[in-house]
Design a protein around this ligand. Structure first.
Ligand code: ADP
Ligand code: MG
Length: 500
């Protein structure tokens, strides 16, 4: 299967070639022809499977040719975070290089004025986070009545972040006659409901089972006590051929403390968490990209959706509270054909969380025996939960015992930092900390509040939709794509004027 078989235009095939994709991923191969046929789709595929290009590429061809009208975006892409929104914008820039598409990015942290100005001219593609879009909407700065194509990307993240009610509102502002594409790594019931309500006769495309972890990722759980976590991590960092790693913690304070401790041990580590301003996050990511550091300690919110691939290891220093966070976290490794390793440190308190993860992935995560791995003498204490003994011995043991400092620093240095395979998309557009209008919209580092706040929002009573739509929506498009002759020009029925 090649991109040329999917019905994309020649210009687009050229920019795809220039940017280096040789073959479509399975989700792209299945989704792109459907999107070109103007079908609604629900595409479920794990993180890292190339969902972005599944909509960006066909959208470029669909939108090419016709003009944007003032204040009316022709298409809308909703993203849960500004980082993801900026990444999608980058994709449009890259693949749309041979097209003249106008685009606006509507995200927190950038001057609203500039965004509004861009919108007033009218854009072909509006990429937005739901919160910012709602703000603008409420100020009457934007009309969505000419918007015939809607993408709800990372739907399960949207759910996590409490954006579903906003998305519902946004959906009702768009013309009923539109194409809607929904992408998600998992399909929890509230997302299913959203799709039932706002998509028309969608084609469901599933690549692998929903929420199945990537087979290229070797997963382990490691039994630890909470006080044995640092030592277990240190041991694994030194013995498991770690070249690049992301270490996830559930709390910002843990991120900071752990990074400090790793630096103290001579590791080249850095940190990103939600309290850092955007420029510091960018600087830290750049360091990771350049190979100045090879370990990045992160909170979920800071790492969400970042296009970081080729990481050799993901460590869950804390077992994630939400099972789908597990999928997202470990999805940072084992991408694009490379095998990665994911270790989750589990304490007795994590039993429930691990249970949830194993139910979701349908996989019993094998237990990793630290004492059997190299230098196991150190680790076995950790794994056996000898809290008091460890406490007494403290650092002296880990420095001077089974793992002399000499060995440690040699290993740290020897661990080849591989900047070439770490691809971090750094977001320039959002230069200031995000200002979240409603408390429910951003609370990833505060799970307790999140759990409380979420159900009422997502369970909000839904009224039946009165959306009706004739099928097939796009006879011209369908015919053209079936004959393999689709070549980009936008069909008349897509024109904004037809529906405005
Ligand atoms: P998802 O949204 O499914 O998590 P992304 O769209 O962010 O995944 O893509 C994950 C990574 O795979 C990105 O770095 C992207 O550039 C890369 N990628 C996507 N499609 C292809 C392809 N056809 N060939 C090679 N790499 C690809
Ligand atoms: Mg994505």
């Amino acid at each position: 299967m090649s991109f040329a078989d999917l019905g994309l235009s020649e210009e687009l095939l050229r920019s795809i070639e220039t940017s280096g994709y040789t073959e479509p991923t399975p989700i792209q191969a299945q989704a792109i022809p459907q999107v070109l046929m103007m079908r609604d789709i629900i595409a479920v595929a794990q993180t890292g499977t190339g969902k972005t290009a599944s909509f960006v590429l066909p959208m470029i061809d669909i939108l090419a040719g016709s003009r944007a009208r003032a204040r009316m975006p022709r298409s809308l892409i909703l993203e849960p975070t500004r980082e993801l929104a900026a990444q999608v914008a980058e994709n449009f820039e890259k693949y749309g290089a041979n097209h003249k598409l106008s685009m606006a990015l509507l995200i927190g942290g950038v001057q609203m004025g500039d965004q509004v100005k861009a919108l007033e001219k009218g854009v072909d593609v509006l990429i937005a986070t739901p919160g910012r879009l709602m703000d603008l909407f409420e100020r009457g700065k934007i009309l969505l009545t000419g918007c015939n194509l809607l993408v709800i990307d990372e739907a399960d993240r949207m759910l996590d972040m409490g954006f579903i009610p906003d998305i519902e509102t946004i959906c009702t502002k768009l013309p009923a006659q539109r194409q809607t594409l929904l992408f998600s790594a998992t399909m929890p019931p509230p997302i299913k409901k959203l799709a039932d309500r706002f998509l028309s006769n969608p084609r469901t495309i599933e690549v692998a089972r929903p929420a199945t972890a990537n087979i290229n990722i070797v997963q382990h759980k490691v039994r630890v006590t909470s006080r044995g976590k640092r030592e277990a991590l240190r041991h694994l960092l030194l013995t498991d051929n770690v070249t690049t790693a992301i270490v996830f913690c559930n709390r910002k304070t843990t991120v900071r403390e752990l990074n400090k401790s790793l630096l103290g041990l001579g590791f080249k580590s850095g940190e990103i968490h939600g309290d850092m301003d955007q420029s510091s996050r960018i600087a830290e990511l750049q360091g990771f990209k350049d190979g100045k550091i090879n370990i990045l300690v992160a909170s979920d919110v800071a790492a969400r959706g970042l296009d970081v691939k080729g990481v050799s290891h993901v460590f869950n220093y804390d077992a994630p509270w939400h099972p789908d966070d597990y999928i997202h976290r470990i999805g940072r490794t084992g991408r694009a054909g490379a095998t990665g390793r994911a270790f989750t440190l589990v304490t007795d308190d994590d039993a429930e969380a691990v249970d949830g993860i194993e139910k979701l992935t349908g996989l019993k995560i094998p237990l990793f025996d630290l004492s059997a791995s190299e230098g196991g003498a150190v680790a076995s204490d950790t794994a056996q939960g000898a809290e008091t003994r460890r406490g007494e011995r403290g650092r002296g043991r880990s420095r001077g015992g089974a793992k002399p400092e000499r060995t440690e620093s040699r290993q740290v240095e020897a661990a080849p930092v591989a900047p070439a395979v770490v691809d971090v998309a750094v977001v320039e557009a959002a230069a200031e900390p995000v200002k979240q209008p409603a408390p429910a919209r951003k609370r990833r580092d505060e799970p307790a509040r999140e759990r409380e706040a979420r159900p009422p929002r997502t369970e909000k009573r839904e009224e039946p939709t009165n959306k009706t739509r004739s099928e097939p929506t796009a006879p011209t498009g369908a015919a053209a794509a079936d004959s393999g002759e689709w070549n980009g020009p936008v069909p008349g029925f897509l024109g904004v004027s037809a529906l405005a």
